[in-house]
Unconditional design. Structure first.
Ligand code: UD1
Ligand code: UDP
Length: 371
């Protein structure tokens, strides 16, 4: 059995890697060794519990209000030790976090091939999202296998000159995770009283810290004022740059429910119950369309253009008046709402993890033959 190290740092990495851990557990030739860097702590643990994953190595690296350089330094040192001990045949990383960039670099130093899950997403703007766009580009140079979720992400990689036989169109494992989670018996949609509407809000992007976050809060307040039937559910990201502002702004509002990050099953139920989703999250942009929920993306650019092209997601930026106008349109125009809520899954069909494991098995079988 070849050991495949699966590196998880944050909540979305764990959600999107869970289907791969499961598929590797079922492989006859490969076995997963799960390394949790714990760049996130509580939010990572919530996901590991739900998907029944016990890390083989837990590096426990999160510190309150960590900076990028100190987190990177801790990751490189700890992953170096860990990979030296495990000696895996390959390392799998997912997405664009600091964990991903550091794990890819350390693997490269150890001559261990890297598989990049969710490869090829690009905005072509290194400041948006920051530092994720740079993390993706660097990981793209370091990886051996690029598992692109969509044709346009595969095309981005080919345009950057990567070998065609290293780029694989697989779909995004987030849809595998979503389908899996929806089968869970404990999942219940939050009841919303008749006549009421619920807007689900999440925000955490670094480029939205400060003024943009204040503009987002102002937009939510104005929408509540304009729509007495509207309620807001706001799971607050624990990053102090987010939580201090959001809590101060909404703590006392009678129609805003602030809560700690919801576990994945509860969050899916909240998305299902929502009328509209307002978010700057990457994963939520992928899941909401698959659930038939209009998602308004509070960013200037997206590396996930497919849902916008399909007309089931819209980029609304962080200008207060613009957000208010776009939400009002959906709340007041049933035809516009129905068009955006028609549902689509441009990011996958729920079989990405099986494809990725199949590609790794074939690749190792081919190299064993030539060895
Ligand atoms: C990170 C990723 C971002 C990803 C996001 C998913 C980087 C640079 N950023 O951003 O790409 O979209 O995760 O949510 O890799 N904290 C806790 N408990 C937790 C998690 C975070 O208290 O479980 C607090 C800590 O104070 C921590 C801070 O949030 O220092 C920031 O965490 P960090 O992972 O550095 O950045 P995120 O903003 O979460
Ligand atoms: N999510 C969750 N609980 C919450 C908010 C989000 O489980 O309270 C899930 C969501 O369904 C998605 C993922 O977390 O799968 C997105 O993570 P996040 O927005 O933190 O990061 P991003 O996707 O932007 O990197």
């Amino acid at each position: 059995m070849r050991k495949i190290a699966v590196v998880l740092g944050t909540r979305p990495e764990a959600i999107k890697m869970a289907p791969l851990v499961k598929a590797l557990r079922n492989s006859k030739h490969l076995t997963p060794v799960v390394i949790a860097t714990a760049q996130h702590r509580e939010m990572l643990d919530q996901v590991l519990d739900i998907f029944d994953i016990q890390p083989d190595y837990d590096l426990d690296l999160m510190r309150p209000n960590q900076t990028l350089p100190e987190l990177t330094a801790r990751l490189i040192t700890a992953l170096d030790e860990c990979l030296k001990e495990i000696q895996p045949s390959a390392v799998l990383v997912q997405g664009d976090t600091t964990t991903v960039m550091a794990a890819s670099l350390v693997s490269f130093y150890h001559h261990i091939p890297v598989g990049h899950v969710e490869a090829g997403l690009r905005t072509h703007d290194m400041q948006n999202p920051f530092p994720e766009e740079m993390n993706r580009v660097l990981t793209g140079r370091l990886a051996r296998w690029h598992f692109a979720p969509t044709q346009s992400s595969a095309d981005n990689l080919l345009k950057e000159g990567l070998a065609a036989d290293s780029v694989f169109l697989t779909g995004n494992t987030v849809i595998d995770a979503l389908f899996d989670a929806r089968k869970h018996p404990s999942k219940v949609a939050r009841p919303i009283e008749p006549g009421r509407k619920m807007m689900l809000v999440t925000t955490h992007r670094r480029e939205n810290f400060g003024e943009p976050l204040q503009h987002i809060c102002n937009a939510v307040l104005e929408l509540l004022e304009k729509n007495p039937e509207l309620e807001v559910l706001f799971p607050v990201h624990p990053n102090p740059n987010v939580s201090s502002v959001v809590r101060a702004q909404f703590e006392k509002h009678p129609r805003v429910e602030l809560c700690a990050p919801l576990d994945y099953l509860s969050f899916i139920a909240a998305m299902e119950a929502a009328t509209i989703i307002l978010s700057d999250s990457g994963g939520v942009q992928e899941e909401a369309p698959a659930l038939g929920k209009p998602v308004l993306v509070m960013r200037e650019e997206t590396e996930r253009p497919e849902a916008v092209t399909f007309g089931v997601a819209e980029l609304v930026g962080t200008n207060t008046q613009h957000i208010v106008e776009r939400v009002q349109r959906l709340l007041s125009d049933p035809a516009a709402y129905a068009d955006m809520a028609r549902g689509a899954s441009p990011y996958g069909d729920g079989t990405a993890a099986a494809r990725i494991v199949g590609i790794l098995e074939s690749s190792f079988a081919a190299s064993d033959k030539t060895a």
